[in-house]
Ligand binder design. Structure first.
Ligand code: ADP
Ligand code: MG
Length: 223
């Protein structure tokens, strides 16, 4: 699959072929500009490939009718470096919102939100505002919101990029716990200390090309 932005001379992703099994935990690494975020945006249908296919479960993402994109985004949860919380809503309202927009009934929301807040270690903080929380806690809220629909895949784009090393470790433990529930995890990062400490599959991008994929052995640019 390839992705070319009109304003770019060379493709942001160039003949990339990566297959992730259900339940895997994969790091997507590479320097800034190598194509990591573009890769994740294709999974969410925020971008469409210029060439080739993007498949999530049995869905051909690029061909999905627009009206089904919200369903896709229930299957693919996302977490970002800058948390992207609704700052005028409480912690539990932020998480509930992900369920309200897809029309979940109120009794379900009342039951599920406290459960997921407990899972991410935020019970007791349900009524706080985001601004009253530390960065690590805000990221936990974002993870709770992304996970509350039990997505097949949780994609995280530099989720520890704004956090100190200890807090980053805590967030990684949480992401591992979520992965153990069966959710596939794809995490873009350029934090090598995290990647080195976790011994998970690594896919490395350089200038839009895959230069390493632990599922296939290591190979070089220009293969
Ligand atoms: P990374 O996340 O690894 O830093 P990106 O996927 O954000 O890489 O970017 C890959 C390349 O695509 C970069 O050259 C970037 O400038 C370019 N790019 C990303 N998004 C857009 C866009 N919306 N329009 C044009 N170029 C883009
Ligand atoms: Mg990026």
């Amino acid at each position: 699959m390839s992705k070319t932005y009109k304003t770019l001379a060379r493709p942001a992703l160039d003949d990339v072929s990566v297959s992730v099994d259900k339940g895997e935990f994969v790091f997507l690494i590479g320097p800034s500009g190598s194509g990591k975020s573009t890769f994740l945006q294709l999974l969410l249908r925020e971008e469409v490939p210029s060439d080739g296919r993007v498949i999530v479960a049995d869905w051909n993402v690029a061909k999905l009718p627009r009206r089904r994109v919200p369903k896709l985004r229930q299957r693919v949860g996302c977490v970002f470096q800058d948390f992207r919380l609704l700052n005028n809503k409480t912690v539990s309202e932020n998480v509930a919102f992900a369920l309200e927009v897809i029309g979940k009934p109120r009794h379900t929301i009342r039951k599920v939100v406290p459960e997921v807040l407990q899972l991410v270690g935020l019970d007791g903080k349900a009524d706080r505002m985001p601004a009253e929380l530390s960065g690590g806690e805000q990221q936990r809220v974002a993870i709770a919101r992304a996970f509350v629909n039990r997505p097949l895949v949780l994609m995280c784009d530099e989720p520890t990029g704004n956090l100190d090393p200890d807090t980053s470790q805590d967030i990684m433990l949480l992401l591992e716990r979520i992965n153990r529930t069966g959710t596939t995890l794809v995490m873009a990062t350029h934090d090598h200390s995290i990647v080195d400490s976790m011994r998970r599959r690594v896919v490395e991008l350089s200038h839009g090309k895959v230069i390493r994929d632990d599922a296939r052995g290591v190979y070089g640019v220009g293969r």
